[in-house]
Design a protein around this ligand. Structure first.
Ligand SMILES: Nc1ncnc2c1ncn2[C@@H]1O[C@H](COP(=O)(O)OP(=O)(O)OP(=O)(O)O)[C@@H](O)[C@H]1O
Length: 262
């Protein structure tokens, strides 16, 4: 299968804190690749590099064999058209109506008549299970509905790649399951390549073709859901068993003690 995204020896420092440590992985075309890990492990930082919002301290990122870390800003903007990005916090424009948020790409980049953009927005909203909300403002919606509007915007221009940062956070279980189904539908019907960042184990294991487990900026395991379930690493096992005891907790306690001593 063709490689769509290649992350090669990615290291990121904020000041002198190294939050990503020599990370490498490939995502194949039409694959659903899940990045799983605890809070603060570096998941969002990885996908912000893939969309070019952050520049690596060292390492390379290739999309369709193009090294995006060396693109000029104008080239990067053009390249981003391939990529839809669902921000963790939704990031809607509060002063724009729902349909204008969903159709933002077309309003900004095309001469498409507003009526057509409005209809397209309605169609994308229906795909995420929303009806009769196009004329409302984001502040008039619940958190879960806002998240779905962001998703409708991320898929509005039919991107080849979609990056989802915590798609199920703030959603009820039924809506989360619906989003999971949509991720698979986009893969199966349109061949979309997806990277899904999550700490929702149930969702991760149900949608992933492959899973990468990241902890403290290091990838501990990459494999199919079955391979991850059977992975021998104690960090991976503690995470997937949701066990309160194990190396993750021990490290945390050590850090707490060190901080108390300071
Ligand atoms: N712009 C930034 N400046 C400084 N530190 C940052 C910045 N962005 C992220 N970090 C740090 O990098 C680490 C990884 O953050 P990141 O948001 O990637 O984690 P995450 O795995 O997505 O966590 P969560 O599941 O809680 O969203 C954290 O310790 C965070 O404080």
């Amino acid at each position: 299968m063709d490689t769509k995204i290649k992350v090669e020896n990615l290291t990121k420092k904020f000041g002198n804190r190294e939050v990503l440590k020599n990370i490498s992985f490939d995502v194949k075309k039409s694959e659903v690749f899940v990045i799983m890990g605890g809070s603060g492990s570096g998941k969002s930082t990885v996908i912000k590099h893939i969309i070019g919002l952050l520049k690596p301290t060292s390492g390379k990122i290739y999309i369709d064999n193009v090294d995006i870390t060396s693109l000029k800003d104008t080239e990067l903007i053009e390249f981003r058209k391939k990529i839809g990005y669902l921000f963790q916090e939704g990031a809607l424009f509060d002063s724009l109506k729902v349909w204008e948020n969903v159709g933002f790409y077309y309003l900004e980049n095309t001469k498409m008549p507003e009526k057509d953009i409005y209809n397209l927005a309605k169609e994308k909203l229906a795909l995420v299970g929303l009806k009769d909300v196009e004329d409302l403002y984001p502040s008039q919606l619940s958190g879960g509905m806002r998240k779905r509007v962001s998703l409708a915007r991320a898929i509005s221009y039919n991107p080849e790649i979609i990056l989802y940062d915590e798609p199920s956070s703030g959603l009820d279980p039924v809506t989360s399951a619906m989003i999971d189904k949509l991720i698979l539908k986009l893969r199966d019907e349109l061949g979309v390549t997806s990277i899904v960042v999550t700490h929702d184990l149930e969702s991760a294991f149900s949608i992933a073709d492959r899973i990468a487990m990241i902890h403290k900026g290091v990838i501990y395991a990459i494999g199919t859901p079955e391979e991850i379930k059977n992975h021998p690493d104690p960090v991976v096992q503690q995470f997937i068993r949701r066990s309160p005891e194990g190396p993750i907790t021990e490290e945390l306690m050590k850090e707490l003690n060190n901080n108390l001593k300071k």
